[in-house]
Design a protein around this ligand. Sequence first.
Ligand SMILES: Nc1nc2c(ncn2[C@@H]2O[C@H](COP(=O)(O)OP(=O)(O)O)[C@@H](O)[C@H]2O)c(=O)[nH]1
Ligand SMILES: [Mg+2]
Ligand SMILES: [Zn+2]
Length: 310
Amino acid sequence: MEKGRILNLCGGVYKVLLEDGSIVSIKARGKLRYEKKYMVNEKSLSKKEVLTTVKNTPKVGDIAVIENGMIDHYQIRKNEMVRPDIANVDQILLVFAAKEPDFSFFLLDLFLVNILKQRIKPLIVISKIDKLSEEEFLDLKEKLSYYEAMGYKVLYVDSKHDKGIDLVRDELRGKITVLSGQTGAGKSTLINAVVPGFLLKTQEISQALGRGKHTTRETSLYPYLGGFIGDTPGFSKLDVIGISKDELSSLFVDFDGYSCRFSDCNHTEGIKGCGIHEAVCEGKVLASRYDSYNKMYKEILKKWKYLYQY
Ligand SMILES: Nc1nc2c(ncn2[C@@H]2O[C@H](COP(=O)(O)OP(=O)(O)O)[C@@H](O)[C@H]2O)c(=O)[nH]1
Ligand SMILES: [Mg+2]
Ligand SMILES: [Zn+2]
């Protein structure tokens, strides 16, 4: 029996990094495999292939247990991400530009809520700090110290001039990391500064695997400093889909420290005597956090109304 980390899955073949450092290409036992199903288009009678996974299909990020040259099963997952489809992600490196595009506390809160919903740890990296004046930089740092107090690590980088890159590198050591953040936030530039040649390498490997421009791109993990980096960025556009109005406040972990005397309070604006609102008034909870909460709550309500037509 051997064990190894699944790095890539392509056409039913898994690339697995074994504990001795070698990489093997193997298949999974029949009971674990992807199933190919066909949908038939009634009009043209053409077959459209649909891939479905049977329960227990191993995926990228899993620790595969190999027997007789095949994956027999995988070890219990600590979590799973859907986009990209990776198991056991330790952290999402959330890249936010200090400027260009302008920094948005609402967007940061929206990303954080979605990351926490997936039970993954965020690591916040603020890029393009070279675009800020000294004063603007100190101001942003001051505001973000609130997030550090919430328990999130915040790092500041200038990927163009190799500033703060070492600290990011240290955080990747021994962990499975997926990048996330808005388009233009600086993800590609950052990862190339952290792992020189990363993008080139991933492109070469994709070509070697025969992934053309028009084929769907599979996700791969690349070994780095005893950990792994996912080559497909996670969400870059966000919404509050999949989050219920009742669980939203539990995803605002800074609200935890304050109690509200009303047992079924939704803590939204305009509720007199709400403990969360009081904490905001006393400056204990950041006003922008409360704004984000209210905005997301309204969005969720709108979706519900639309879905149920009431
Ligand atoms: N000045 C400066 N520009 C940056 C920095 N990081 C990224 N950029 C620029 O911002 C733009 C978007 O970066 P990119 O890495 O493609 O963003 P992505 O869409 O998140 O991958 C590019 O023009 C980069 O050159 C930085 O730290 N400082
Ligand atoms: Mg990019
Ligand atoms: Zn309340």
